[in-house]
Write a protein that binds this ligand. Sequence first.
Ligand code: UDP
Length: 364
Amino acid sequence: MKTSKLKLHLIGGARPNFIKIAPLLKLLDKNKNFETTFVNTGQHYNNKLYDKILDDLGLRLPDINLNARSSSSNAQFSKIMSRYEKYINKNTPDLVIVFGDVNSTLATALTAKKMGIKIAHVEAGLRCYDDCLPEEINRRLTDSISDYYFIPTRNEEKNLRRENIKKNIFFVGNIMVDSLKLILKKNQNFKVNFQKFGLITLHRPENVDYKKNLLQIIEKIEEISKTIALVFPIHPRTKKSLERFKLLKKLNSIKNLKLYESFGYHRFLMYLNKSQLIITDSGGVQEESTFLGIPCFTLRKNTERPITISDGTNCLVNVTNVVNKVKKVKKKKVKIEKWDGQTANRIEIILEKIQKCDFQRYLF
Ligand code: UDP
């Protein structure tokens, strides 16, 4: 049978997307069964979050940037959808591969699906069952219209089945670990300026968008800094809030705390790897710290990554108990099934099968 290249769009828009795309795109670009297009929606346009990350990841430049900058989430959806539709009309893929749970994930999946194009979702099936988190809506809706599901742990299969999704679920492991392993291998001599320290990252709306909540967190940071030095690379969203609420001076006055602009990916991982503990509200960081065995204190009510608690180093905390919890830290060796740096290879093999079986009857 004559085979034809499968035309793929890989969609990125935010920092964690690029980290997940990098290992897969590198493989697919070299595979003669596929024709790849790397689409950047432009969701994260702050250069702290975008510029350096391609470099750190050794990721090539996107083929198209939709420049979908917007102040509100809904305006961003409509911009991404209308611009991506126009692009699809010029360059129509057979399959769109979306990653994670950001607005770009759902907006592009929905656009393509309505135009009759199949969708593959990498990091499918994650659930925290709390619609107050905008990402939860993105995850659930993206899964409801996807055709192929690449899941990081066995748990996600149960979540998908609960929603009556039973076909084309592939347990491939965690693709973020592929990127993480590569960076660690390349940069073993990186020097970190501190001996013993804890790391902090914060950017979730419920922690940083309200003055009262942010102030309470700063007070806890101050208490914790009395027992361990702290390093805080500040996310642009958090920096804006600190300025708006006039809290930057207070944060700056904490003696044992060192503030930085948001770190590049490579630098961040080097710091994380050398830290004694991390306080975070990020999704990806819960997984990275589990992989590295670093105690992680997640300032959230729930997590869509429960394996980081059951089998890893993660623990959910709030402003009332964080100081006490952080006192009991212990690094730990962790091994999670298929978090081994081979996830992109597994996805590539499955895509080859999809190309041979599912798509040939449409193409010829
Ligand atoms: N990260 C980074 N610089 C920082 C903080 C985090 O590069 O200063 C990386 C981190 O290694 C992780 C990713 O950003 O892989 C997580 O992205 P983010 O917290 O923005 O999104 P989430 O994972 O919560 O969706």
